[in-house]
Design a protein around this ligand. Structure first.
Ligand SMILES: Cc1cc2nc3c(=O)[nH]c(=O)nc-3n(C[C@H](O)[C@H](O)[C@H](O)COP(=O)(O)OP(=O)(O)OC[C@H]3O[C@@H](n4cnc5c(N)ncnc54)[C@H](O)[C@@H]3O)c2cc1C
Length: 398
């Protein structure tokens, strides 16, 4: 039996009803464009794969404030070395918000709908024609829709079909984010995030404990699917030592670095689909929000002037604003991942001596501040400067 087919020609087709796709829909439909968002899941915001920690700059950058999603305000951080040393950062004011991503995503989508964007749920992009951004989608069941949009926006997350079909991913390396959602622990009601530096198979990684209303999120970002079991056991140990009861868990991909190119023809990619995450902590909301605002500016211009070549300016402007920050943080990540136990211990000791200055440079959104501070204080530790130069060369020739 032949599947039922429909053809739609919106100004913009947004693939992915995550926060970045919905913000794109909001910004474009607010300006009068006909926008359709397709989302493969039945419900916006589910399943959740996020700790929901948003630095204060990320929150301020949001064009829509999903206030109902805020579960906690964070004022301080404790960072633990694998050997039990502890650094404390007390900002003395709200440094971050913890949001419930299911509520966050649906609030943002609702704002986009209120400006006129149309959301098609249970609708998955199946195929994209790289020549003209023509997209074939399928509803659950057999109904097919062919979209011929003026602009197609790939906001379909870390496993982006859009970026894969256009061959945009530069690196095949994948990181994973695994998280337990727990309840009943000491962290409930606190305003403090804990970060644990740890190691899997000679690669340094970090775990977190983030209190979020009645839930405490315990998670980790790590390279290589084969390390999943080791990480799972480590997180279970953290949960049991602190008396948390596991409710459920989630595992998802985390991009390694930005894609090669943000625009191809009339297609633009943004958010996790474009690898626009902070290279150190891997949070994606801040860079994604900053990117989607730049992208929408150029989508509007390209459609107004009927010139899709103007879209290229999105890539140019984003790179000008963010690539230096990203390169610096990538070097920081390579250095961090390769540090020996002894080097981690020495860095903690140096930082402990300057602990009182840490809160001044601790910024969840602009993380190169912390790196500059670290470089100033610890660069001349034996071996570290050589490692820095080696990793710097790696980011250039990679
Ligand atoms: C464990 C973990 C913890 C994290 N913690 C934080 C944090 O604390 N702070 C932070 O800033 N970031 C965090 N991140 C990263 C953050 O979740 C992402 O950066 C953010 O969700 C990116 O938003 P997005 O809209 O680009 O993509 P997504 O949120 O992934 O949304 C993409 C949407 O596209 C849909 N989709 C995918 N393919 C298709 C298709 N073919 N057709 C139709 N729809 C499709 C998906 O269903 C999804 O709804 C974390 C990530 C992980 C894994």
């Amino acid at each position: 039996m032949e599947a039922e087919k429909t053809t739609l020609k919106p100004d913009a087709l947004v693939v992915g009803g995550g926060p970045i796709g919905s913000i794109a829909a909001f910004l474009l439909s607010r300006e009068g464009l006909k926008v359709v968002v397709i989302e493969e899941h039945r419900k916006i915001g589910l399943p959740v794969h996020c700790a929901g920690l948003l630095g204060i700059k990320a929150w301020k950058a949001l064009p829509i404030k999903p206030v109902e999603s805020v579960k906690n305000e964070i004022t301080s951080f404790k960072i633990y070395s694998p050997f039990g040393e502890k650094l404390e950062v007390n900002k003395g004011r709200t440094a971050a918000y913890v949001v419930d991503r299911a509520i966050f995503d649906s609030e943002v989508a609702r704002s986009a709908e209120n400006t006129g964007a149309k959301f098609l749920l249970s609708t998955k992009l199946k195929h994209l024609d790289p020549a003209d951004g023509k997209a074939m989608c399928q509803f659950r069941g057999r109904k097919k829709i062919i979209f011929k949009p003026k602009v197609l926006i790939g906001a379909d997350g870390a496993f982006s079909i859009v970026s894969r079909q256009l061959n945009l991913f530069k690196s095949k390396k994948m990181y994973f984010g695994f998280q337990y959602y727990t309840e009943r622990g000491d962290e409930q009601g606190t305003n403090e995030v804990k970060i644990f530096i740890d190691n899997v198979k000679n690669v340094n990684i970090f775990h977190w404990i983030i209190p979020s209303g009645s839930v405490v999120k315990i998670g980790s970002i790590f390279p290589g699917r084969e390390n999943m079991e080791i990480v799972r056991r480590k997180l279970l140990k953290i949960a049991s030592v602190n008396g948390y009861r596991i409710k459920y868990s989630s595992l998802w991909l985390v991009p390694s670095e930005p894609v090669e190119s943000l625009v191809k023809g009339n297609v633009a990619v943004v958010g996790d689909a474009a690898g626009q995450n902070k290279p150190l902590s891997r949070g994606g909301i801040y860079f994604g929000v900053e990117a989607v605002k730049i992208m929408c500016k150029w989508v509007l211009k390209a459609i107004e002037e009927g010139n899709k070549d103007l879209l290229e300016n999105y890539g140019r402007e984003w790179r000008r604003k963010f690539m230096l920050k990203i390169r610096l943080s990538l070097i920081g990540r390579y250095v961090f991942e390769g540090l020996t136990h002894d080097e981690v211990r020495k860095i903690f000791r140096v930082l402990k001596r300057h602990e009182d200055q840490l809160s001044g440079v601790w910024d969840l959104d602009e993380q190169e501040e912390i790196l500059f501070f670290l470089a100033r204080k610890a660069f001349f530790l034996p071996g570290l400067s050589l490692r820095f130069i080696k990793d710097y060369l790696k980011t250039i020739f990679h």
